[in-house]
Design a protein around this ligand. Sequence first.
Ligand SMILES: Nc1ncnc2c1ncn2[C@@H]1O[C@H](COP(=O)(O)OP(=O)(O)OP(=O)(O)O)[C@@H](O)[C@H]1O
Length: 232
Amino acid sequence: MLSVKQLNQYYGAAHTLRGVSLSLEKGQCLALLGRNGVGKTTLLKCLMGVLPVAGGEVYFDDVDITRMKPHERARAGIAYVPQGREIFARLTVEENLRMGMAVKPGRHASAIRQDVFALFPVLKDMLHRRGGDLSGGQQQQLAIARALLADPKLIFFDEPTEGIQPSIIKDIERVIRLLRERGDMAILLCEQYFDFAHALADKFIVLSRGEVVAAGAHAQMAGDDVKRHLAV
Ligand SMILES: Nc1ncnc2c1ncn2[C@@H]1O[C@H](COP(=O)(O)OP(=O)(O)OP(=O)(O)O)[C@@H](O)[C@H]1O
């Protein structure tokens, strides 16, 4: 479903991504691991088309999307839950959710699907609150719900546990597991919290200074060569 070949990216003279390759199939969850500043967010932004790449190729469902614009990728079925959530603070929860639906033409006028409220009941209770008045955990849930309303085939999560209280981390883990078990979506989960990623991932890659330094299946994930790249 997603195939990334030899991706390179620079911020000015800084070579931020160095020949990154990965692949991800429908129904799989790939954990993207690595310390602060190794290039995880940069990689997700390149895959979403928010940042241009200097070299390499990105294929989504066998289509070369390397130069496609972000909104075209969203329409093709790629959704992004950014680090820091980036919800609209002055819009209500309902308006934020409708932003997710706007990806598909004509969809904004229809009702918000109930399955989203089944995943995150708290959002139904808070429909008319402003996004900025929600707690960090609730905002994270809102950001995930907004992404799901675009009916993605591939979803990127950028550190969804960052700054979130443990009880809500459990809720988010439950939702990501459910999405994985549904089998109709591919998930790229960028995380520094190893246990969370380990609980969900079918396979992993580890980035260090913009390079893939380890990769493997779930069974190899708890090995020392992975932890070595994550320990502070
Ligand atoms: N807009 C930018 N301009 C220049 N350098 C940047 C920019 N954004 C990030 N960088 C640098 O690129 C490198 C990779 O950053 P990136 O945010 O992708 O890392 P990360 O692995 O996602 O880290 P974090 O966990 O802190 O989000 C870092 O050295 C960072 O300082």
